[in-house]
Design a protein around this ligand. Structure first.
Ligand SMILES: [Zn+2]
Length: 325
């Protein structure tokens, strides 16, 4: 599947009323673990996987169970069982509900993307796959988020020296112009579905992301991306611009640096018109070029599943990326 500009943020799974379905199931117990959507396995079959977790990296035995073993639950055929790594709640959902943007935790409404961000903070910084509610406080690890969703921002703030920031509200951070006092201060930086909205040239945002981090610091990054050869900039000469709504249609008017006027219709907004205009559709290849050009020492596609926490990436696009400063 290739994205066109008009459907860049639409996923084939769609939104479902997972909360109502979870309420119907309330009180049921579960005893299966599912590694990937539609694939039910027994606890015995995942024990080798659990053994690969270093004993010291497991959740404390007295405060709960190891992440995988937390699911000690009766089988519900055709469902996926997982424990939310943000709030610690056991869930069963239909396999299709384990998708990037579908709320699939019945308690905190976390999505696969939100759980993956927290999962990557833990695995990259602590070397363990933790449920945050069982994690000791790590105030020695300083992190910053760019407009992070409250569902995982609150959980991270409770366990790390973490601050969420906003483009237009306090505490403010414009990734294209971070203050010098913040440079080189952070062990981790999260930008989840933000960089597609940053005004061009986007190269500056990647460079500043690296500059904010300490050497070896971790950049946890998501955007919708295609598998096309190159990123598509929708407004490459954006300079002085404004949005205008007429007859329910939005138009972007721009005056380029050399004084030409240009207008764009058929705009794509994420989560509501006005503030979340899609500036570009990244491609995977284009992203990798940005991480290289910004001076990161390494970067990787971080699409590894985590069955215990309901994290699965059945498609190759729009998956998380981790880059090391
Ligand atoms: Zn949850």
């Amino acid at each position: 599947m290739r994205f066109s500009r008009g459907d860049a943020y639409h996923y084939p799974w769609g939104a479902r009323d997972v909360h109502a379905r979870a309420r119907q199931r309330h009180g049921e117990t579960l005893h299966v673990l599912v590694l990937r959507a539609g694939m039910i396995v027994s606890l015995a079959s995942i024990r080798p996987w659990l053994r690969r977790l270093k004993p010291g990296n497991r959740a404390p035995r007295d405060s709960g169970k190891a992440p995988g073993a937390a699911i000690d639950l009766p089988a519900v055929p055709g469902t996926v069982a997982f424990v939310c790594n943000l709030c610690g709640t056991p869930n069963t959902v239909a396999p299709a509900e384990l998708s990037r943007e579908t709320p699939s935790c019945r308690r905190c409404a976390s999505t696969v993307r939100f759980r993956a961000v927290a999962h990557l903070v833990c695995t990259e910084l602590l070397g363990c796959d933790a449920t945050l509610t069982e994690l000791p406080v790590h105030n020695n690890l300083r992190g910053i988020g760019l407009s992070d969703d409250d569902r995982y921002a609150r959980a991270l703030a409770a366990h790390f020296d973490y601050t969420n920031t906003w483009f237009d509200a306090q505490p403010k951070l414009d990734i294209t112009r971070p203050p010098e006092s913040m440079i080189g201060q952070y062990d981790f930086l999260i930008a989840s579905d933000v960089f597609e909205h940053v005004a061009p040239p986007i190269e500056i945002a990647f460079i500043n992301a690296r500059r904010l981090l300490k050497p070896g610091g971790v950049f946890i990054f998501t955007v919708p991306f295609s598998l096309d050869a190159a990123t598509v900039e929708h407004f490459p000469e954006l300079n002085e611009f404004h949005l205008e709504q007429r007859n329910a249609q939005w138009t972007l008017h721009n005056i380029t640096r050399d004084g030409r006027t240009e207008s764009f219709g058929n705009l794509v907004f994420h989560g509501g018109p006005g503030s979340t205009l899609e500036m570009r559709l990244f491609s995977q290849a284009g992203l990798m070029q940005q991480f290289a050009a910004a001076g990161f020492s390494s970067w990787r596609i971080a699409s590894e599943p985590c069955a215990a926490h309901g994290i699965a990436w059945p498609e190759p696009w729009s998956v998380p990326v981790v880059a090391i400063a």
